[in-house]
Design a protein around this ligand. Structure first.
Ligand SMILES: *Cc1c(COP(=O)(O)O)cnc(C)c1O
Length: 423
């Protein structure tokens, strides 16, 4: 259930009116509902109940400490893809034994830190990486526990930039080479083979491709068993979608998802890991922004808002659809608007030809479903400082990341001495 609702014409997050937040925190900012994050986690957990499982939240979707702490308190683990994310997860109180480390380019330094911390599992993506993990583990006098990510070569109906499980992308070991790679891994003294990993893409709303992927996992499991390589962890990846556009998107059928896991994999008595990112946090956040100008033309009307592509990249990066709503509901006549940011790029467009009640300078709008791949993908293009993040719980709200100051941003740069002395 959404915690973003209009009460007396004013959009609320839980029991807090967005325009009340905006009185103390200048826009643009992200705002998250802690209750929704909790509910999303608990709902997935209950879907998977009776299965021996661990939910490892994909930290890349939203790495704010308060968000991670909210999930950690419910027992969540973490799927991390960099040293930075690993440190964030540990710092938020997620136990190392609940952390899996994914990603195609783990460096020796990252591997060493993860081994020293005693993480649960590396998800290995290449033979070169396997050798590197082995070497680092031997140097540390430890064994690294690994799963090998296989590329099951299944097509997923999602945006080309977020499909990961077909043969042409960089992720995982091709299915044909999987068996050999497991045999190699099993022979390395610094490695303990424990799992098979698949992750086939993101924003998946039709769960049927999971069946094809999990069938391949099951086949591989059996082949490994005959070779005496025992697998006890099946990491099923993330990728479950959300409904960004109520007119066109459907939610993944979670009964069916669970049924697919049972049908294809429950014969093996393994521990399951799932790595959801988007489905736990996307619908729990929105980006609040103020209209700077309305610009009415004969052809098109523009709303120029004070958030931009550097703050929220998904529309410009993936042509992603996001609902945009006014913070105050009104009966004003409706108009069609292109909603754009101030950055000097045509790609700085959040929506085209959206019908909204007439809005003008100073009015607030929200871009919905920004709780995943929102703040984490932001940058400072056009010298726009990173924006604030706010969390609401019940009738309380708090800043969970301060807006970066312009001085802080500019002072990251340094002028070489030889330039100073020459002026
Ligand atoms: C990105 C990613 C996830 C999370 O994907 P969502 O679509 O956000 O659920 C999980 N596992 C791996 C390996 C990933 O790269």
């Amino acid at each position: 259930m959404s915690e973003f609702n209009y009460k007396s014409n004013r959009l609320h997050v839980e029991n807090v009116a967005i325009n009340a937040i905006q009185q103390s925190i200048p826009t643009p900012f992200y705002v998250y509902s802690a209750t929704m994050i909790e509910n999303n986690f608990l709902s997935l957990q209950s879907r998977l109940s009776d299965l021996n499982h661990l939910i490892c939240f994909a930290v890349k979707a939203n790495s704010n400490q308060a968000v991670l702490r909210t999930l950690a308190a419910l027992g969540s683990g973490a799927d991390v893809v960099s040293l930075g994310e690993l440190k964030r997860a540990l710092h938020a109180g997620i136990h190392a034994q609940k952390i899996v480390f994914s990603g195609v380019g783990k460096t020796a330094k990252e591997i060493e830190y993860a081994i020293e911390q005693g993480i649960f599992q590396f998800n290995v993506e290449s033979v070169a990486e396997l050798h590197n993990i082995n070497a680092v583990a031997l140097k540390c006098n430890k064994k690294a526990h690994i799963a090998i990510r296989i590329n099951p070569d299944v097509a997923v109906d999602t945006h080309a930039k977020i499909t990961t499980g077909s043969a042409e992308n960089k992720f995982g070991i091709s299915y044909q080479h999987a068996l050999d790679t497991f045999v190699l891994a099993d022979s390395l003294p610094g490695i303990t083979v424990q799992g098979i990993h698949v992750h086939i893409g993101s924003q998946i709303t039709d769960v049927t491709p999971f069946r094809a992927a999990f069938k391949r996992v099951a086949d591989l499991y059996k082949q490994l068993e005959t070779l005496g390589i025992n697998i006890n962890v099946l990491d099923l990846g993330g990728g479950l979608g959300i409904c960004y556009d109520p007119e066109n998107d459907k939610l993944p059928n979670m009964n069916e998802y669970r049924q697919i896991i049972e049908d294809e994999l429950s014969q093996f008595n393994c521990k399951y890991i799932v790595e959801p990112g988007r489905s736990l946090t996307a619908d729990t956040g929105c980006l609040v922004s103020t209209v700077i100008y309305d610009k009415l033309g004969s052809d098109r009307n523009f709303l120029i808002i004070n958030a931009a592509m550097n703050d929220f990249a998904r529309p410009s990066l993936y042509d992603a659809y996001h609902r945009i709503s006014p913070v105050i509901e009104s009966n004003k006549p409706r108009k069609k608007y292109d909603i754009v940011g101030p950055v000097c790029e045509s790609g700085d467009t959040f929506a085209v030809a959206r019908t909204l009640p007439e809005l003008e300078s100073g009015d607030l709008v929200v871009i919905r479903d920004c709780g995943a791949y929102g703040a984490v993908m932001s940058g400072t293009y056009n010298t726009r400082p990173l924006i604030a993040e706010v969390m609401v719980k019940g009738d309380q709200f708090a800043v969970i990341r301060e807006r970066q100051s312009l001085d802080d941003l500019i002072n990251l740069d340094q002028i070489p001495n030889w330039l100073i002395s020459s002026t």
